[in-house]
Design a protein around this ligand. Structure first.
Ligand code: UDP
Length: 325
């Protein structure tokens, strides 16, 4: 298939592109390089630099290439930032997605995969969190993804769009070639590894007074390679109907556990300091991924936190300055 990947120069997008190409697909990456990196684009992908708010640039892509499916990663993704800049999220994330959907459908493309988020579950009644859980977005970011999920479901009903919304829990780790490099970096694992590399003095723990065994927040870390595999399976299943899946390993680790595993793997000191809670952080987020396991046979190949952090560490050692080598 020929697949348009928006945000294909970003963290998760770049690994998905790598797997799509390894699976024999052709890929067109559409990215504005706001967070993405040219060096993160697989050499066999065609790259178009552009903004999703530019309808004519998007139209051009669909006119130049016979696109058969769209994977939509390009998005603002920070919970904290969305609390400061709600219009960037409820505004741009949604209107950019709408532009993309309108152009895709206008050109007869009816397969669409959306990057969604665990931030739909701010107050889960039950852990692990299944697709049955009530949707309570925790921020304008989560709301923007929920709005897109709702829009997709209407486009399925009205125009025959077939979509998958994949709600990622905490994507982490790296493939051999592609890893996590955000500016500024806000995610726990790359920050901890930057401390191990000596690029930062310490890791700040955002609160140790949560109702968890060690007082720090618990998250479900999923290897980016396993996440990418879920996209391939979802793509193959689209013609059998639209679907929504929560994606994680089903196991939670606290911030302190992550830091300890990183100390073991790197063999380097990682000083920590306890700071205040970060607004918007729920105490525990763990996914139930039973649905995608049963329906699509998805099975994580790298479920252990050790293998996730090990892969990220190897990538950071090879790319100590990220993609700006
Ligand atoms: N966290 C932390 N210090 C940091 C960055 C993150 O204690 O410098 C915590 C954060 O509060 C959360 C967990 O680590 O409980 C994972 O945060 P991250 O930003 O990686 O992902 P999120 O869960 O927000 O998607």
């Amino acid at each position: 298939m020929k697949i348009l990947v928006t945000g294909g120069a970003g963290y998760i997008g770049s690994v998905v592109v790598e797997q799509l190409i390894a699976g024999g697909h052709q890929v067109v990456v559409f990215d504005n390089f706001y967070q993405g990196h040219r060096a993160a684009i697989h050499p066999e992908a065609r790259c178009v630099e552009g903004n999703l708010n530019n309808r004519s640039a998007l139209r051009q892509v669909f006119e130049n290439d016979t696109i058969e499916a769209v994977m939509h990663f390009a998005s603002y993704t920070l919970v904290g930032e969305s609390m400061q800049k709600p219009f960037m999220y409820i505004g741009d994330n949604v209107t950019n997605g709408l532009n993309l959907l309108q152009e895709a459908l206008a050109h007869g493309v009816r397969r669409f995969i959306l990057s969604s988020t665990a931030n739909l579950f701010d107050r889960p009644a039950k852990i692990p969190i299944s697709e049955e859980e009530a949707i309570v977005p925790g921020s304008p970011y989560g709301e923007s993804k929920y709005l897109l999920e709702r829009i997709l479901s209407w486009l399925d009903r009205t125009l025959g769009l077939r979509y998958a919304a994949l709600r990622y829990f905490n994507a982490a780790g790296a493939s051999e070639n592609y890893g996590e490099d955000h500016e500024p970096e806000t995610h726990l694992i790359p920050l901890v590894l930057k401390v191990a590399l000596g690029k930062r003095s310490h890791i700040e723990i955002f609160g140790d007074d949560y109702p968890t065994p060690d007082g720090t927040c618990i998250r479900d870390y999923i290897h980016v390679i396993d996440l990418a595999q879920a996209h391939i399976l979802a793509l193959e299943a689209l013609d059998r109907g639209s679907r929504v899946y929560n994606l994680g390993n089903g196991q939670g680790f606290s911030v302190r556990q992550v830091i300890d595993v990183a100390r073991n793997i790197t063999g380097r000191p990682i000083p920590e300091r306890v700071g205040p809670r970060r607004p918007g952080d729920p105490a525990v987020l763990i996914a139930s991924s039973e649905k995608i396991r049963q329906e699509l046979g998805w099975q994580p190949k790298h479920p252990s936190l050790e293998s996730i952090i090990q892969s990220a560490w190897q990538w950071h050692l090879r790319n100590p300055n990220g993609y700006e080598n």
